[in-house]
Design a protein around this ligand. Structure first.
Ligand SMILES: NC(=O)c1ccc[n+]([C@@H]2O[C@H](COP(=O)([O-])OP(=O)(O)OC[C@H]3O[C@@H](n4cnc5c(N)ncnc54)[C@H](OP(=O)(O)O)[C@@H]3O)[C@@H](O)[C@H]2O)c1
Length: 339
């Protein structure tokens, strides 16, 4: 039986990229469930750009992670002990379990995984928050329709790759933006986008304008910054700019706003931020549709899985900002991930 629970806690609020000194590692006795609770041994930790925002003080859509608290993280794992009738030992579950080896829960916000549909890790990606984010961002906020020209940044990443694939399923012409020729190859050959622009090459704006002579109807933006400004110059009349995230700005001490926002006026366009959590009541419906596409082979799942322990979390988080990952970045926790 396991005796200890290794954890990663926030030690300080970073300025810029998180540094090793911003983290603290602790070891506690592994928890036991009280009445109504169960314990999960976490096998895979979801690594998300949003984590960087959760480390900051100040107002946001969730409270900041407190100094000294276990770092917030989504994860999956197996139930190892249970005093809760809904969750049995051996069940695979998803929840916001934190960066640690074991988590105790009363079941609120925890989802049982249907392994007949997909491997457990798919529930951190295409069938999890990532897939849901792409789904609602594109279909509800972006209101895509057949024939639209859709541009997706962060196109080789977890959310972007799914957003572009859904846009293809909906009959759109889809152009990705990603960092480097290898990622662009993946975006077109594996994820089936019509084209992909390497933003590290010069003249992104000119290239995009040439590729979209009738303008961009929907821009699904994961990165913000200069790329958002470039795409704004190419939007069509009535375009929908979907602010899913702005990963290029998360480590900046001075966030850059869009300089070209007057294009919204010129083109009678909208730029709308959205949060996947606002659609929580519709998750079952969206998951059913995503699972259907996945099983039919119309939606491909890609993951970058880093093997390690919780002490590898700080370095793994940085990989997102270095663009190391394709698809969903996941930290697999040693033995728990193998069992
Ligand atoms: N609104 C919501 O409810 C919601 C929910 C989940 C996620 N999100 C947002 O969705 C976005 C994507 O998240 P994800 O989990 O799918 O991550 P991801 O796209 O899998 O990983 C991040 C990617 O961002 C790119 N990147 C990093 N720094 C960049 C920079 N300076 N400029 C341009 N690109 C950069 C890298 O790809 P390249 O190599 O191509 O640069 C990297 O692989 C994030 O902004 C996240 O905050 C929003």
């Amino acid at each position: 039986m396991p005796q200890t629970n290794r954890q990663v806690r926030l030690a300080a609020r970073p300025s810029g990229l998180p540094r090793p000194a911003d983290w603290e590692f602790t070891t506690e006795p592994a928890p036991s469930p009280a009445a109504g609770e169960f314990v999960t041994r976490i096998s895979h930790v979801s690594i998300d750009p949003a984590m960087r925002g959760w480390m900051n003080a100040g107002f946001s859509y969730v409270p900041p992670v407190e100094i000294g608290a276990v770092m917030r993280a989504g994860g999956i794992g197996r139930v190892t002990a249970s005093e809760n009738d809904e969750f049995a030992v051996g069940d695979y579950v998803y929840g916001t379990f934190g960066v640690q080896e074991y988590a105790v829960s009363d079941g609120r916000g925890v989802l049982k995984l249907d392994l007949s549909l997909a491997d457990p890790t798919a529930y951190l990606g295409v069938l999890g928050m990532t897939g849901l984010t792409a789904y609602f961002g594109l279909l509800e906020t972006g209101r895509v329709k057949e024939g639209d020209t859709v541009v997706v940044s962060g196109a080789a990443g977890a959310t972007g790759s799914v957003a572009g694939q859904i846009a293809k399923i909906k009959g759109c012409r889809v152009i990705g933006i990603a960092g480097g020729p290898e990622k662009c190859r993946l975006v077109t050959e594996e994820f089936g986008f019509d084209a992909c622009i390497d933003y590290r090459m010069p003249h992104l704006r000119r290239t995009l304008r040439e590729m979209t002579p009738d303008g961009v109807d929907v821009y699904f933006d994961n990165v913000g910054g200069e790329i958002l400004d470039d795409v704004l110059t190419c939007i069509a009349r009535g375009a929908r700019v979907v602010i899913c995230g702005a990963v290029s700005q998360y480590n900046e001490t001075q966030v850059r706003g869009p300089a070209n926002y007057m294009m919204l006026l010129v083109q009678r366009a909208t730029m709308t931020g959205f949060l996947v959590f606002d659609f929580a009541r519709r998750y079952p419906e969206a998951m059913a549709e995503l699972a259907g596409w996945y099983q039919a082979g119309r939606l491909k799942s890609q993951q970058t899985i880093v093997q390690g322990g919780v002490e590898d979390f700080p370095e793994t988080l940085l990989k997102l900002f270095e663009g190391v990952n394709t698809g969903k970045l996941i930290l697999a926790l040693g033995d728990a991930a193998d069992s």
